[in-house]
Design a protein around this ligand. Structure first.
Ligand SMILES: [Zn+2]
Length: 343
């Protein structure tokens, strides 16, 4: 059985499946791309052929515009499988954002799973991660330090609702990433019984519409920019993290600046960003989830694409798993990357 490193190559353009002739989440425009999910560090414009879930293709089209998200698009559902030049390919849910998938590849009996970004927590807007046994598991490492243990998201959301009840005159502005986190927060608010409108910064509107078109109901959504200051008393406004501390938010009614991100675990980061109400809600696996997943997929070898490789590779080694840092360029530039907290 060939080792996956003989047929899944690290190239300047990203991970390349040589016998299949395609890249997974390539960092530059290529002929054939398989895309794990719609965040811009994984889904880039200009590929000739793009294969992804139907949801990821729709999200890419919303973000890039018609025709820029692959000259030809091919949708593949979770659990469906196809064979490309002898390589079997199938997708499994990654639990990260709507449509996010692990790309499972098998060639001559040797199996690799490229997970993209993933989390194990429940998320009403994304299908739950399904572990797939494999010979090589490719993982992210955004929060790969023992200090990162995400609390239950419902408890974090309850903090927001308590603050709204405590300050009914003020507007709560929650910084959140426009793809995934925003819609997850809205769906969680609905599950918690919040049936009032949710107000959106203009940057968040298009993807909410796409989620709804894909069958994720989000309830009454309003644009915050056209709302009157008076109407926003006691309201919840979702905005890009960079907008929370800037002039845009200061126009609102005595705003309570909040940010929902795994980085809010780091008190210093919340403080620097002027965040009054940090909410530790993340769409990435935390330390325990990374190690639990490594055990479940039973891979003797794990490749780490981006984040804090050293701590994870050391911890894997203690468990008898070989770790390898891929040093792929260009990942971790979006979603919960450095831009999360406004400078
Ligand atoms: Zn992502």
């Amino acid at each position: 059985m060939p080792h996956p490193d003989t047929w899944l190559k690290v190239t300047p353009g990203g991970l390349y499946c040589e016998p299949g002739g395609f890249y997974v989440d390539p960092t530059r425009a290529v002929d054939r791309a398989v895309i794990t999910h719609g965040h811009s560090d994984h889904a880039r414009p200009g590929h000739a052929h793009v294969l992804a879930t139907r949801e990821t293709l729709a999200i890419m089209t919303t973000r890039m515009g018609e025709g820029r998200a692959g000259e030809t698009q091919q949708a593949l559902g979770y659990g469906e499988s196809l064979t490309i030049n002898g390589v079997r390919l199938w997708l499994r849910p990654a639990g990260h954002v709507l449509g996010s998938a692990q790309v499972c590849l098998e060639w001559q009996g040797s199996r690799a799973v490229i997970s993209g970004d993933y989390k194990r927590q429940a998320d009403p807007t994304a299908m739950r991660f399904e572990p797939e046994r494999c010979d090589v598991f490719v993982t992210e490492a955004t929060f790969a330090l023992p200090v990162f243990r995400h609390p239950p998201p419902e408890a974090e959301l309850a903090k927001l609702l308590r603050s709204v009840a405590l300050f009914p005159e003020r507007t709560h502005v929650v910084g959140c990433y426009s793809l995934g986190k925003c819609q997850r927060l809205i769906a969680m608010l609905r599950e918690a019984g919040w049936d009032r409108p949710v107000h959106l910064h203009g940057a968040h509107v298009a993807l909410c519409r796409t989620y709804e078109a894909l069958g994720v109901p989000l309830g009454d959504l309003r644009t915050a920019t056209v709302a009157k200051k008076e109407d926003l008393k006691g309201a919840i406004v979702l905005a890009p993290p960079s907008a929370v501390a800037d002039r845009w938010a200061r126009r609102l009614n005595e705003p309570v600046p909040a940010v929902a991100s795994g980085w809010m675990r780091v008190r210093q980061r919340a403080k620097q960003g002027g965040v009054e109400l940090p909410l530790v809600i993340s769409d990435h696996a935390d330390w325990d989830e990374l190690l639990a997943t490594a055990a479940e997929v039973q891979a003797p070898e794990i490749w780490v694409t981006h984040g804090r490789e050293d701590a994870l590779i050391h911890a894997l080694g203690l468990r008898g798993i070989r770790g390898r840092a891929l040093h792929l360029i260009g990942f971790g530039e979006e979603d919960e990357a450095e831009e999360t907290v406004a400078a």
